[in-house]
Design a protein around this ligand. Structure first.
Ligand code: NAD
Length: 436
């Protein structure tokens, strides 16, 4: 096989608008309706943050915004909304947030909210992000960018973001780790030649379903305590259930298990490093192997293989078992990616301080020869991740998002196809609606 000296598919990296224009179509981007014009924000003006969802994850965001404010960042915790009032009240009093709303729509009507943080269950992310962008807000949206079944709405969100000047950043905070930009640069410079295959994954021992999710109030009622209709949103209509509400991660109407809950953290950077578009074929296989109890519908183990038009094969693995690479501390349970090209292989040394490059030697890697070591220039940093979001808003530079919507679209379409493959028991080729 002929060796390449440069990368054939990625010689010129695409920016988000170029990618979306190709994958969605310019007409669709230009015709996305109803986006309010941006309110001008000077570089010193305070950015008012509204929090949509006041559960577990929102605490981390509120804490960080408070910390940034105390450190002198011009930012305010303006409002919170939750369809379960006790959580909204609790967070408002803990973080001194003056305005409490029940629904996302009420919060989006607040003119003092400039940017929102979406930390609701998966099936709300994309619909709420679309509403927020159309209301003229910048968006920090938790991963996954959408529910596993929402192909069309994910694409719609990509169109809406691309046709606006709003900043969109996905909650894949591992993207703040400089190692991924370094690896991307090495790949773009042609170090590994034509990319061929990548493997990554996430091995985290623990149940974040029934035992992981607390039921705050077993006697909570629909209507009196919880706006059940608002919780369901576009999900299938179901009778009210305390389990469904408080332990939504167990149910496939609202969650997908590790493939959508954990893999955005380990796949997004690989998709970015290799500049992958949308997969042409995906096989996903999940199972309930460890936490097998009556309520669980979503898998706890999940493996997938995808093939891309760029002639790259991607493998993602995960089970409820220990990760031997977890001891490297580059994310708990996160599996260090291995990226193979015609001319060599990239990975990360277990000390987390060096990228490793193994040049291809004839019939394979020469294990007798030490790999080249490239020092890593930092580590994951949630505070920097938040600062990047705020700076992109102030400078009105959506392209500076640390984890953009077009990257989220490409990553999520892969994960959605994998879940669809698992459910249907067959390989999935590019679904209608994913490519336009
Ligand atoms: N980036 C990360 O590391 C990370 C970590 C944890 C969770 N997350 C993500 O954050 C999201 C939330 O997870 P969580 O653990 O906080 O869940 P949670 O159940 O603790 O919180 C969700 C909150 O949303 C509220 N809610 C539900 N529907 C709503 C609606 N329509 N409008 C307003 N509020 C609504 C619920 O009442 C609940 O308080 C998930 O999608 C998860 O994947 C990301």
């Amino acid at each position: 096989m002929k060796k390449s000296n440069h990368i054939q598919m990625n010689a010129k990296p695409q920016n988000r608008r170029e990618f979306l224009r190709k994958s969605i179509g310019t007409a669709a981007i230009l015709s996305a309706p109803g986006i309010l014009s941006a309110r001008a924000k000077g570089s010193n003006q305070r950015i008012g943050i509204g929090f949509i969802g006041a559960g577990g994850r929102s605490t981390g965001h509120m804490r960080m915004v408070k910390q940034l404010k105390e450190a002198g960042e011009a930012v305010d915790l303006v409002a919170v909304c939750d369809i379960y009032r006790p959580r909204g009240d609790d967070k408002a009093s803990r973080f001194k947030i003056a305005r409490i709303y029940e629904t996302c729509e009420e919060l989006l009507d607040d003119p003092d909210v400039d940017a929102v943080v979406i930390s609701t269950p998966d099936h709300h992310h994309a619909p709420q992000a679309i509403k927020a962008i159309r209301a003229g807000k910048d968006v920090y949206c938790e991963k996954p960018v959408s529910h596993w079944s929402q192909f069309a709405v994910t694409k719609k969100l990509a169109e809406v973001v691309a046709s606006s000047d709003r900043v969109f950043q996905l909650g894949t905070q591992a993207m703040s780790d400089p190692v991924w930009k370094q690896m991307k640069k090495l790949v773009q410079e042609g170090l590994i030649g034509q990319p061929l295959q990548a493997e990554t994954g996430y091995f985290r021992t623990g149940d974040w379903g029934e035992r992981g999710m607390r039921i705050d109030d077993p006697n909570a009622r629909s209507g009196r305590d919880i706006n059940w209709e608002a919780f369901l949103g576009d999900a299938p209509k179901r009778e009210f259930s305390v389990d469904r509400f408080f332990r939504w991660r167990l149910f496939k109407d609202y969650a997908g298990g590790p493939v959508t809950d954990l893999y955005p953290h380990s796949v997004t950077q690989v998709v970015d490093i290799l500049g992958l578009s949308l997969p042409e074929r995906v096989v996903g296989l999940g199972a309930i192997d460890r936490y097998d109890y009556h309520l669980r519908e979503v898998p706890d183990s999940f493996n997938l293989v995808a093939h891309y038009p760029e002639k790259v094969m991607l493998t993602v693995m995960g089970t409820q078992g220990n990760n031997v690479q977890g001891i490297t501390k580059r994310g708990s349970g996160f599996r260090t990616p291995v990226i193979r090209g015609w001319d060599g292989t990239l990975s990360i040394r277990p000390d987390n301080k060096h990228i490793l490059f193994y040049p291809t030697q004839g019939r394979g890697i020469d294990h007798g020869k030490p790999p080249r070591q490239i020092p890593i220039e930092g580590t994951e940093n949630f505070e920097n991740y938040w600062r990047t979001f705020l700076t992109a808003i102030r400078e009105r530079k959506p392209e500076n998002s640390a984890s953009s919507m077009d990257l989220a679209y490409r990553t999520q379409t892969l994960l959605q196809m994998a879940m669809k493959s698992h459910i249907e028991g067959t390989a999935v080729t590019r679904p209608d609606g994913a490519m336009g």
